[in-house]
Design a protein around this ligand. Structure first.
Ligand code: ADP
Length: 314
């Protein structure tokens, strides 16, 4: 059985009800980029062992969150329980035009201290995995004084033969400044065997708004497999230096693009772990993302997603 470890933060999500309903009616769920990726990966590729590496608390929200992971068949051996911290929280509110605004309470979350829970035995277990996935948000959430320990973990996993995969999701407000983000991203690019960037993130951090600039910037890092996402535009792969374009079918009825990139990543990683070709993996990933963005929320209701998977992702 293939085995992937995904390192990141899952938060409590509060979403305001539909427009026109009482503003104080909030629907509670759980979400976070790496967690969303894990959910879609496991839903599509049930035969892959999908492990989250994170920390929660011992409060009821944390227990419910762990239950939610288990309901999605995500392995929780490496979901650590902090004695004194609780999960991060964010809300999504809709204005009269349907525009979403996000508010976060995550500065002191349990997940920020995940590295405190990782000892040599944990490293040895993670080193048995096939892949280790983290994002730019995972990196921002690791506290500054734990970063050396995080890179030490990544280095050990890489030298044990674990494939290192990075999605440079960039959220400016999580970083002290751009220089700090660039310094950490540079380390991530240097360690990555596979990279799943979106043009948007490169645009906000490096001011690069097209594939050629991104490709040129990444060339010195010699990353084996780079898959560049760009909303409804063509997906571009650069594998062992060879560039190929993959046309996707744009979706007309886009409802919520929250986890477009995350669902793409989940399907892509699962497909690659299962030995599918890059062309097939991109086809599955873009179909999965295209379905997800026609639904509200980060995580699409399980039954309709499973039906879609069975009919469209074979
Ligand atoms: P992110 O969430 O990282 O910003 P993107 O917006 O680049 O991700 O989208 C990720 C993937 O989702 C794209 O590569 C594409 O496969 C799919 N996707 C996004 N927007 C559309 C769309 N309008 N129509 C069809 N597919 C889309």
């Amino acid at each position: 059985m293939k085995n992937i470890f995904l390192f990141g933060e899952c938060m409590i999500e509060l979403m305001s009800a539909e427009k026109g309903e009482l503003a104080n009616t909030m629907k509670q769920s759980f979400a976070g980029d790496v967690f969303n990726t894990a959910v879609y990966l496991k839903r599509i590729f049930t035969d892959v062992k999908v492990n989250l590496v994170t920390a929660v608390g011992k409060d009821q929200f944390s227990l419910d969150m762990i239950q939610y992971f288990e309901n999605e068949n995500i392995a929780t051996e490496f979901v650590f329980k902090s004695e004194d911290k609780i999960p991060g929280l964010y809300s999504i509110q809709l204005d009269d035009e349907g525009e979403r605004s996000f508010t976060y309470w995550r500065n002191d979350s349990a997940a920020r201290k995940t590295m405190q829970h990782i000892d040599e035995d944990t490293v040895a277990e993670l080193a048995k995995g096939d892949m280790f996935f983290f994002s730019g948000i995972s990196l921002a959430v690791v506290e500054a004084d734990a970063r050396a320990k995080f890179w030490d973990l990544v280095t050990k996993l890489k030298s044990a033969g674990v494939q290192i995969v990075f999605d440079p999701n960039y959220r400016p407000r999580l970083w002290k400044n751009e220089a700090q983000a660039k310094e950490q991203f540079d380390k991530a690019f240097s360690q990555s065997d596979m990279l799943l960037p979106g043009i948007d993130d490169f645009n906000s951090l490096y001011g690069m708004d097209n594939f050629d600039q991104v490709n040129q910037f990444l060339a010195p890092y010699q990353i084996d497999e780079i898959i560049v996402k760009n909303g409804p535009e063509t997906v571009i792969s650069v594998v062992q230096g060879v560039t190929e374009q993959h046309h996707i079918t744009p979706v007309q009825n886009v409802v919520d693009t929250t986890s477009a990139g995350d669902s793409f990543n989940g399907a892509y990683l699962g497909a690659r772990l299962n030995g599918k070709s890059i062309i097939k993996a991109i086809d599955m990933a873009s179909k999965a993302a295209g379905f997800v963005i026609q639904h509200k929320g980060a995580i699409v209701e399980k039954q309709s997603f499973t039906e879609f998977t069975q009919t469209h992702l074979i």
